[in-house]
Design a protein around this ligand. Structure first.
Ligand SMILES: [Zn+2]
Length: 600
């Protein structure tokens, strides 16, 4: 682990900070409590529930901890901003860094009598921006990498500039606008004493040894034959996993031994010269972080469909076979572009990760789909309908950021599955598909736990619930108009949820915010009760309030049926049934809304 704290009192930064013995004591006490297994004591010093929960989990899992650098960034009579860092010791440095960032950060202290106490945590990405990253990279398979990263940043936060970075990075240069700059690097957090200014150049040079523990390969593993660092390994600096403020342009120049093909997760070109391979990559869309994969055994193949290159980074025996992948990719692209216009992306890579063996599609990183040693089926109708590869292709149509970003990426791609499945197996597949998405949501433990707006870490809630929102919009607007709205949204360079709502509203001819927002804000789905009272059928929202159309099928005593649609938009609504001879009723007979019925 690398640690560099130049000075505990930064001169020229947060001017006139004197050594404050009381604050120093308060921080030292927190450091001590962080390391010890005394939850009551820690909670006494750290009143923030989120941090308390994090600490309790580490204690419960028996994960030991190191206290890191702390320092006062700014101080006034009654309050102070401080940097507090620490590190859990759990195995892989990438996982440790991400875990540490639940704790390492900038905090607000308030004076209470003569003592200083933690009052709040300040998101270090709240005002600053990362505009671009130009990375010079030398990859040494089986060992690690040397990184030369020039970030263009906007600093609007008086607390300086802070980013996450793998805590093992051995920094040799930290300079700002060509000058040495005071900084602190500990607990996976790099803090730089940056002044308020736009368009500053932050140069970082560091080496990073990557683990080669073949029992712990998820975030990062560098073997002699193959290896990778996922974005979550934090091998280059970034804020977090969908902060609207670090959608950066990336340019990468990478060199490595000629016999190792490598994917940067971005559109890239290769050339070789003597014993070296040179890769030049550039992001198509702003992004927060990159993944790297290399494998000596790969045969890289390229094919083009319309404007999009499909590049397969895999060994010769990879399954599914290359022509199958290409055919399905071409078919999916045609179906999606017919309805939604051209993809935003011109490059799709399929990258084989042999480190964990097995088969399956693992995840997506920028322009690449990561596969296990072997891929998996592409589309299936039973027992649970999935267009799993089409889902990945569909990601090429949106590049969202900010709140609800995963609704617009995972919810969107899951919704596209319903369309691709319908094209393959006819529309009869749509109901079972959304029934299984509903059941994924309910059995996934998301209800009451997390909402779509804040699903920054992609917990899983955005897939089923997100797809259902698109489906309900489709039912309300019709397939054609939702398709038209998505064409506009996909073309636009403002890939956020506010613009999505604006575009859908324009197509719908009414403000759709009152309908869409509660679905993104509530941590639940509607809980309804329905009862017949006197001459009315009363529908009541028992939980959080939502807005959506609900159809109710009424069976009359003469054997005929009538269908009523009510716009659910308040706590309680009713249908007049005084003029009909009602025998029974059924809510949502066509399974077109997402809700739960309260047991009677
Ligand atoms: Zn996805």
């Amino acid at each position: 682990m690398t640690f560099a704290l130049l000075t505990s009192v930064i001169t020229g930064y947060g001017q006139g900070i004197k050594h404050n013995i009381k604050i120093e004591q308060a921080l030292a006490a927190i450091d001590t409590a962080f390391v010890k297994n005394d939850t009551a004591r820690f909670n006494q010093l750290m009143p923030l529930e989120e941090i308390q929960n994090y600490y309790a989990e580490l204690v419960q899992k028996n994960i030991s901890r190191k206290a890191g650098a702390h320092q006062v960034l700014r101080i006034s009579k009654e309050s102070a901003f401080i940097l507090l860092t620490g590190l859990p010791i759990s195995g892989n440095s990438g996982d440790e860094t991400n875990s540490a960032l639940h704790y390492s950060g900038i905090y607000l202290l308030k004076k209470n009598g003569t003592n200083w106490q933690i009052a709040d945590r300040i998101a270090f990405d709240r005002l600053n921006q990362i505009i671009s990253q130009h990375i010079g990279l030398e990859v040494k398979p089986g060992e690690g990498m040397a990184v030369n990263d020039t970030l263009t940043i906007n600093v609007k936060d008086r607390n300086g500039f802070a980013v996450r970075l793998n805590h093992r990075a051995g920094l040799s240069i930290v300079s700002l606008n060509g000058q040495k700059v005071p900084y602190s690097f500990d607990g996976g957090l790099l803090w730089v004493a940056a002044p308020l200014k736009q368009q500053q150049q932050l140069l970082l040079r560091y080496s990073l040894q990557v683990e080669s523990d073949d029992k712990n390969v998820n975030s990062g593993y560098f073997g002699a034959t193959y290896g990778h660092v996922r974005n979550q390994y934090c091998w280059h600096p970034f804020f977090s996993y969908s902060s609207p403020n670090d959608r950066a342009e990336f340019v990468v120049h990478c060199s490595l031994p000629v016999d190792y093909p490598l994917s940067t997760s971005l559109p890239q070109t290769d050339r070789t010269s003597g014993k070296l391979r040179f890769i030049a990559a550039r992001s198509e869309n702003p992004t927060f972080a990159l993944s790297l994969y290399y494998d000596k055994g790969w045969q890289v193949s390229r094919q083009q469909k319309d404007n999009t290159n499909l590049v397969i980074y895999a060994t010769k025996d990879f399954e599914p076979a290359r022509d199958t992948l290409y055919r399905y990719f071409a078919e999916t692209s045609d179906i999606l572009s017919d309805r939604f216009g051209p993809a935003r992306s011109t490059y799709l890579g399929i990258v084989q990760d042999r480190s964990g063996g097995g088969n399956g599609w693992k995840n997506r990183s920028n322009n690449t789909i990561i596969s296990a040693a072997k891929g998996s089926y592409l589309i299936v109708n039973t027992p649970r309908p999935r267009a799993i590869f089409g889902h990945e292709v569909a990601h090429g149509w949106t590049t969202p950021s900010g709140p609800a970003a995963n609704f617009l990426s995972e919810g969107w791609a899951t919704y596209c599955e319903s369309y691709l499945l319908a094209k393959r197996y006819t529309d009869t597949i749509i109901k079972p598909f959304f029934a299984s998405q509903r059941s994924n949501y309910l059995t996934g433990g998301y209800e009451g736990k997390t909402n779509l707006n804040n699903d920054y870490n992609n917990s899983g809630v955005s897939y089923g619930k997100g797809a259902w929102i698109f489906y309900m919009l489709e039912k309300q607007l019709g397939r054609e108009r939702l398709g038209a709205a998505m064409r506009v949204f996909i073309r636009s360079n403002q890939q956020d949820v506010n613009n999505f709502i604006r575009v859908v509203s324009r197509e719908a001819g009414e403000d759709m915010a009152p309908m869409i927002r509660p679905w993104l804000e509530n941590k639940t789905i509607p809980l309804l009760s329905i009862r017949q009272q006197d001459q009315r059928l009363i529908v009541r929202q028992e939980g959080d309030l939502f807005v959506f159309p609900l159809s109710i099928s009424l069976k009359l005593k003469n054997g005929s049926y009538a269908n009523k649609v009510i716009m659910i938009n308040s706590r309680e609504q009713s249908i007049d049934v005084s003029k009909i001879d009602l025998e029974s009723y059924q809510a949502d007979p066509y399974a077109e809304s997402l809700f739960q019925l309260k047991e009677k």
